[in-house]
Design a protein around this ligand. Structure first.
Ligand code: TRP
Length: 450
């Protein structure tokens, strides 16, 4: 590693890329669908607990490792704990990132199809039933979803092969603010719908009788997924941070904006679900059935719809880029591959697995493992199991193994105020005790191990 490593150019760049990684389909597609399946309010509460009480400290832990070592995930653990088993987290991370990239690209491919459909005004179909049928016909058609998955991954290749600063940072700076504005506009629109109150109460009113083990597991998985946490993605990104970047503040801003986007998505979707008399527990296709119905009832719907799916596509791209960066940095720095070769390897594997995921809505829909299609299996396994396991290992490592002086040096800014010192103490407490205990408890109860 003699060559100078890349760094993000500006403070805005750091925030926009980190938020760009966090904000994506996880907020706008996965959050509403998971909340819908798991009964709304109670799921949201568990998700929020895991984001702010457990997630933020673990985000800080990843940042500490990344900036301190300035290396890829594998390299970081080699430096900090040579010959020790902690590095297993890097292999888990590389595996999980490729699984996530595969199914995520399928859904990102749907956004491309929907850009096309928006431009053709959904072939003049505007009834909710018609739009549902349209989605089903598309998803079951085999070749189209697979084709879009491949095209989406090629877009990734184009950006990734250009390197960190030029590609990732510029795009995030422009599109993240735009996405916020359009989400706010749509949520205002949804709040004026006839069943807005019903939708909001579904989302915000927790019904604790609905807290089952699967809600616990699902809420924890969603928090990790949404924060891009647990597989070293943030270790890799923070290795490009400068010394001056305040880690705790960046972690809070990321979690705050990430949650805001998920909440806005919920505020857009659920009033519409109840207004159109739909089923909140429709699963992965929920958002793709509801959104077109919302747009087709708006004046200038075609333009709104196109704009929305373009932004969703871009938001997915900033997230998949961050996933790919994990294995690309690993292949490059540990095997001395060229950036181009490392990128091809990453994208190539994801293409093969992604096509299988795409077909699991069509010709492979009857092929199940443990009752889950390949798409659902990849999602469940990576989000609900691998990410929290990664988070568990990272929090124990930073809380108990890593030199306390390193933790202090990375977290505390120059001339810390009282608040900063207390905050750092709380974070360390959480990494040592709270995070490992809560994650382990959810596994034990949620997976029925107890
Ligand atoms: N957080 C992103 C989203 O919500 C997805 C994502 C990007 C991710 N990088 C990740 C998830 C790393 C887990 C790990 O869309």
């Amino acid at each position: 590693m003699t060559e100078k490593r890349a760094q993000f150019a500006t403070r805005l760049g750091v925030i926009a890329t980190t938020v760009g990684s966090a904000v994506g389909l996880g907020n706008i597609w996965r959050f509403p669908y998971e909340a819908g399946v798991h009964g709304g309010g109670a799921f949201l509460l568990i998700d929020l607990f895991f984001i702010f009480i457990i997630g933020v400290p673990v985000v800080c832990a990843e940042f500490i490792i990344g900036r301190h070592t300035g290396a890829n995930v594998r390299g970081a653990f080699k430096m900090l704990a040579p010959g020790k088993p902690w590095g297993i987290v890097s292999y888990l991370g590389i595996l999980a990132s490729i699984l996530i990239l595969s199914f995520y690209s399928v859904v990102a491919g749907w956004t491309l199809e929907y850009i096309g459909q928006s431009l053709s005004d959904f072939s003049g179909i505007h009834s909710p039933e018609g739009l549902h049928r349209q989605f089903d016909i598309f998803a079951q058609s085999n070749w189209r979803p697979a084709m879009w998955t491949v095209i989406f991954l090629l877009c990734n290749y184009l950006i990734l092969s250009r390197g960190v600063q030029k590609g990732i940072e510029k795009m995030s700076n422009i599109m993240m603010p735009m996405l916020f504005v359009i989400l706010i506009a749509f949520s205002i629109n949804s709040l004026t719908m006839p069943s807005a109150a019903e939708g909001l109460s579904f989302l915000f009113k927790p019904d604790f009788s609905k807290v089952t083990p699967s809600v616990l597991i699902g809420g924890m998985g969603q928090a990790f997924f949404s924060l891009s946490l647990g597989l070293g993605c943030l270790i890799t990104y923070s290795s490009y941070f400068k010394r001056e970047t305040p880690l705790v503040k960046t972690a809070f801003i990321t979690a705050g904006l990430d949650t805001l986007v998920a909440l806005l998505a919920g505020i857009i979707i659920f009033p519409a679900v109840f207004t159109f008399g739909e089923e909140p527990a429709a699963g992965p296709k929920l958002v793709f059935e509801i959104l077109p119905s919302i747009f087709s009832n708006l004046p200038g719907g075609m333009i709104w719809s196109t704009l929305f799916f373009v932004l969703l596509f871009l938001a997915s791209l900033t997230s998949t880029i961050s996933m790919s960066e994990i294995s690309i940095a690993y292949f490059q720095e540990e095997f001395g591959m060229s950036r181009r070769k490392a990128t091809w390897l990453n994208i190539g594997i994801a293409m093969v697995l992604g096509i299988i995921c795409a077909l699991s809505f069509g010709m492979l829909s009857d092929f199940t493992i443990c009752g889950l299609t390949v798409f659902n299996l990849f999602d469940y396994l990576s989000s609900n199991i691998l990410l929290p396991v990664g988070g568990l290992i990272i929090s124990i490592f930073v809380g108990w193994v890593l030199d306390r002086a390193v933790v202090q040096r990375e977290l505390v800014t120059v001339n810390p105020g009282r608040a900063t010192i207390i905050c750092v103490r709380l974070i360390v407490f959480c990494l040592r005790y709270l995070a490992p205990l809560c994650i382990a408890a959810v596994f034990i109860f949620g997976l029925g191990l107890f």
